[in-house]
Design a protein. Structure first.
Length: 92
């Protein structure tokens, strides 16, 4: 679908990448062993968070709206980070 018919923008499409990384965080915590799962899970979360912040920085510099993709990514990053911190503790 083209952006006009689907309602998505290239910025929304960019925010799909960090959402995939953030979405993989809990399966990695759950399915891998304790030490490896914690390490890889927090690395995936950190990469998703950095891409999310980079997307917002890009939107700010280029004066584009982050739209629903950016909003959902920010909410997802906050919720996933709080739950991961509560369940699995600090990353270090």
């Amino acid at each position: 679908m083209t952006p006009r018919t689907s309602g998505s923008t290239p910025v929304d499409s960019f925010f799909a990448a960090p959402m995939v990384l953030l979405g993989l965080t809990f399966p990695v915590f759950f399915f891998l062993s304790e030490d490896i799962g914690r390490t890889v899970g927090w690395l995936l979360y950190g990469a998703g968070l950095i891409l999310t912040l980079g997307g917002f920085l890009y939107c700010g510099i280029s004066r584009k709206s982050p739209s629903w993709g950016g909003a959902s990514c920010a909410v997802g990053a906050a919720v996933i980070g709080l739950i991961a911190w509560n369940v699995h503790g600090w990353p270090w």
